[in-house]
Design a protein around this ligand. Structure first.
Ligand code: FEO
Ligand code: CA
Ligand code: CA
Ligand code: CA
Length: 559
């Protein structure tokens, strides 16, 4: 049994102010922030939040991380920095997740960072533009460097005097790469094996209620291609972008496209087959009262789907049912071979169904969505928010944020209501929403992901928005419900992986792919983070300052 919306409303009704109250059931859920733990929000706190004036930063095409008044940043770690005597930090950092080593000390813990993909120009020194027949020059050494620079990093970080620093050579520091052997959490082999070589295309992710990291494999086909089936169920392998399998490592695409769980303490990992295989953006988990879990996850591809897994046993990401959303009729459709004759007619068993989850979803009549990206659960209402970044094939250039209200507020419900919460476009001042994060007061922060090649071009619809940005939608006061830009990214970059520290004083944020449009390494389009090496480097920053503290209700009333 789960916590119902009716129970939730009556809980709200009993509150002194009926304001920001976080029911205990949301504590420790997959939200990127820990919600308010003390129940009521005092009248004075509420008044402070209502009076908060946010000064937006204007859209900017400057090659810098530009922040709103009241915010500062410092770089914690950047591509190539050594984390130990043996390992260096990978490329194109995306999802971040911080877990304190001791829950009573929010200033010392383990930071997980995804490394989504590489730019060979910088990473392996292989520039396809240099050659007439580039494949002839693509060596195993190039691919080995590229494989090392994806996956994820675990680094111990500590805050002292307001500055976060990496604890170099801490025994927890390690890399997980495209070469790390990882087991499948499944009883049957997947494409002939019980393990995969490596994880890659790690875009966004999540946290489990038992405090492990989730990292999601998104565009795996860039590395290993994909087997695509015709109407006679005959597969053809489509080529990859980086030619890893074509040139050097012929690993099966079926070993990628999963949600991967990583133990922070020892780096052991497993791929969760029950959650289906597709271009997973993220995985957001909610734990029910009886400790069964509900995992929301989206397939970030044009005309693909939104899924949720509901476990049948406590804390299991293996035993249970995977559903896919029919957002038109508000139904969760079971992707269940045993009970769906239409799936039996096409696939030989549930393992094949999960490997080809996209095809199964389409057979069941799931709704095509406009690239579902990050997902968060509102800590105050329990509604589920899903970024739909865009879908140029359907004329949706600016995307939107979708709101899902589960029936009766039950996360394991089989029906729901879907509506648009906020549409992208000039009227609302943003385009292409991607990562989402709620802070401790329930303000919604989000980043944008306009493609590098299309930004700042007068002939493209993204021109007015200039560089990718970080936005916040305040929950209270004059700006409540408005979209306020609070940071603008360096040139060609995207801001990703927003994650609040447990004390709410720091927003960890990735600056991904600055200078991505560079064709000549000696002439880069960005030099951020200006470390003297004259090339751009993806990096994780800590955003701090008065504004974060005020929005997170941390300016104590005593002084
Ligand atoms: Fe890697 Fe869906 O962004
Ligand atoms: Ca993303
Ligand atoms: Ca998030
Ligand atoms: Ca994206």
């Amino acid at each position: 049994m789960s916590y119902s919306r009716r129970q939730f409303i009556s809980f709200l009704g009993k509150a002194s102010l009926g304001a920001a109250i976080v029911p205990p059931f949301l504590l420790g859920c997959g939200n990127s922030s820990k919600p308010i733990t003390n129940g009521n929000l005092s009248e004075e706190h509420l008044e402070r939040l209502k009076k908060l004036i946010l000064e937006a930063v204007p859209a900017s095409d400057k090659d810098d991380l530009v922040l709103a008044n009241g915010l500062d940043y410092h770089t914690i770690i950047k591509w190539g920095d050594s984390i130990s005597d043996n390992d260096t930090f990978g490329f194109n950092n995306d999802f971040t997740c911080f877990i304190p080593l001791d829950e009573n000390n929010p200033k010392d813990g383990l930071l997980w960072v995804n490394h989504e993909y590489v730019n060979p120009i910088y990473v392996s020194d292989f520039n396809q533009y240099d050659f007439e027949e580039p494949r002839k020059h693509h060596t195993k050494a190039h691919v080995d460097k590229e494989m090392y620079n994806v996956g994820g990093s675990i680094v111990r970080i500590k805050e002292e005097n307001g500055v976060w620093k990496v604890v170099k050579n801490d025994p927890h520091n390690r890399r997980i790469t495209a070469k790390t052997e990882i087991k499948f959490n499944w009883d049957l082999p997947v494409k002939g094996s019980s393990t995969a070589i490596g994880t890659l295309a790690n875009c966004s992710g999540g946290i489990t209620p038992w405090n492990t990291f989730l990292t999601c494999e998104e565009n795996y086909d860039d590395c290993y291609g994909e087997n695509v089936y015709d109407e006679n169920n005959v597969a053809t392998r489509v080529p990859s972008k980086y030619n890893w399998w074509e040139d050097h490592y012929d690993y099966p695409p079926e070993h990628y496209g999963w949600v991967v769980e990583v133990n922070p303490k020892d780096g052991t990992a497993q791929k969760h087959i029950a959650l289906g295989r597709f271009a997973h953006e993220c995985c957001t988990i909610y734990r029910l009262k009886d400790e069964r879990v509900v995992a929301y996850t989206g397939d970030d591809s044009n005309n693909e789907h939104l899924y949720k897994f509901v476990s049948s046993k406590p804390n299991s990401l293996k035993e249970g049912t995977l559903y896919v959303a029919d957002t038109v009729n508000g139904k969760w459709l079971a992707i269940d071979w045993e009970n769906q004759p239409v799936l039996q007619a096409r696939f030989k068993d549930q393992t094949e169904v999960l490997i080809r989850a996209r095809a199964a979803a389409k057979i069941l009549g799931a709704t095509e969505l406009n690239r579902p990206e990050d997902i968060e659960i509102d800590p105050i209402t329990g509604n589920i928010f899903v970024s739909l970044t865009n879908n140029k094939t359907k004329g949706d250039f600016h995307g939107s944020i979708l709101k899902i209200e589960e029936f009766n507020g039950d996360f394991d419900a089989l029906t729901f209501k879907a509506s648009t919460y906020k549409a992208g476009g000039e009227e609302n001042g943003f385009s292409c929403p991607d990562n989402l994060a709620f802070d401790q007061s329930g303000n919604l922060w989000f980043t944008s992901d306009m493609s590098g090649y299309a930004m700042n071009r007068a002939d493209k619809p993204y021109f007015p928005f200039k560089n990718n940005s970080l936005f916040v939608i305040p929950r209270y006061g004059n700006d409540a419900g408005k979209v306020v830009r609070v940071a603008s990214a360096p040139r060609d970059a995207e801001l990703t992986g927003p994650w609040f520290s447990p004390d709410g004083k720091t927003l960890f944020l990735s600056v991904q792919h600055p200078g991505e449009q560079t064709k000549d390494k000696n002439n880069p389009t960005s030099l951020w983070p200006f470390d003297g090496d004259n090339i751009p480097k993806p990096a994780v920053v800590a955003i701090t300052g008065d504004l974060i503290q005020k929005m997170n209700l941390l300016n104590k009333l005593e002084a």
